[in-house]
Design a protein around this ligand. Sequence first.
Ligand code: HEM
Ligand code: FES
Length: 377
Amino acid sequence: MSHVLSFEDGHVTAQEGETVLNALLRAGLDPAFSCKSGSCQTCMLQAERGDIPERAQRVLPMHLRRLRYFLPCRCVPTGAMQLRRPHPNDLVVGCQLCEASLLEDGRISLTFETGRPLKYRSGQRMRIVTGAEDEPVLTLTSCPERDLLVTGVLEAADALPLAPELQGTLGDEEIFGYPFELRGPFDDVPPRELPAPDADAALWDELGGDVKVRAVMEAFYAKVYADERLSPFFVKVTRERAIDKQFSFMKQCVTGEKIYMGDRPRNAHHWMIITHELFDHRRALMHDTLVEHGLGDTLIGRWTAYEEYFRPDIVKSAKLPRYLGDQMVASSGVTREVMGESGMCDQCQGEVAAGETVLLHHHMGTISCGRCSAASA
Ligand code: HEM
Ligand code: FES
């Protein structure tokens, strides 16, 4: 059996017995890799969709497995997969300190070894893992082609919450080998997503629990898919997927249980131009649905507070870049592409043969066949 692997803007059909890594390399899709045998973890990717064979995750820590990370060099796919590069927030590397000193300008310089090979460029940033919302930022100043050890600088004020070993004031013997962790690297440190409003597990029961909330979601998306202003956003999304994602996202927000797998709202809606007025329109549909399911004003208000919290991530007048791996990707515009396999035109629903040139609309991921794009050109 052969399986289609989608990765960034490309896709490839893996051949019988072929690993995901080899299939991506064969298609020229430029995955990162080094050992090809499961030990360096350089090739790690995240599966947005598709089954992950157990062997491909076995050596990864549990938090990465839960986030659906796996090693493509150990993965022979068992079905179609949609893949993406790791988000730098999820990439943590263990480090051992070699030098820490105060610079003349008051900043702190740290020189250290990393537990696995770190792929970085001078000038990129990393966050020192503390678990806080605003983890201190370290700007990398060494050069990977030249320096064996990694060096970075941080503002002294940012270092205040850190251990004394990282403050640049202790002697070499005291700090040598001190372990710490870094997250990244980032090209431009994105603002860390704030946690959702406080969980309130009792509220889920008061709303009627899983059965009732799912019924609300089903009724709400029936309205959304019939709505002439909202439905165009959902042309590529099945109603079942929208319901499942929204249900698990809201359940996670309300109960605090870590059950949601998917993009945070900022990334999920990055290409959608949504005005306050359209957001309010959706809110009104949700309000009607909650009323129809017998919920009173107080419960509706508590529910709405969770959704309102994400308004600043969703309402915007221009598309936002999406973070893919360590890069911000502006996924807009259209390009002409040759179809790798046959498919269906999203405009006329006609068949598109493999090898035919189509117009790919990046933000929606839709294609227009030669006939439709010629007509619209
Ligand atoms: C007018 C307002 C909104 C519109 C038009 C809209 C539209 C969409 C669309 C089209 C998707 C599917 C994206 C995809 O699968 O590629 C989506 C996903 C999602 N939306 Fe919204 N949305 C709106 C408001 C909200 C609000 C208020 C919330 C939550 C508080 C929310 C949470 C989500 C979540 C969790 C997903 C799933 C992300 C994923 O697939 O990984 N959305 N939305
Ligand atoms: S390339 Fe080293 S683990 Fe996959």
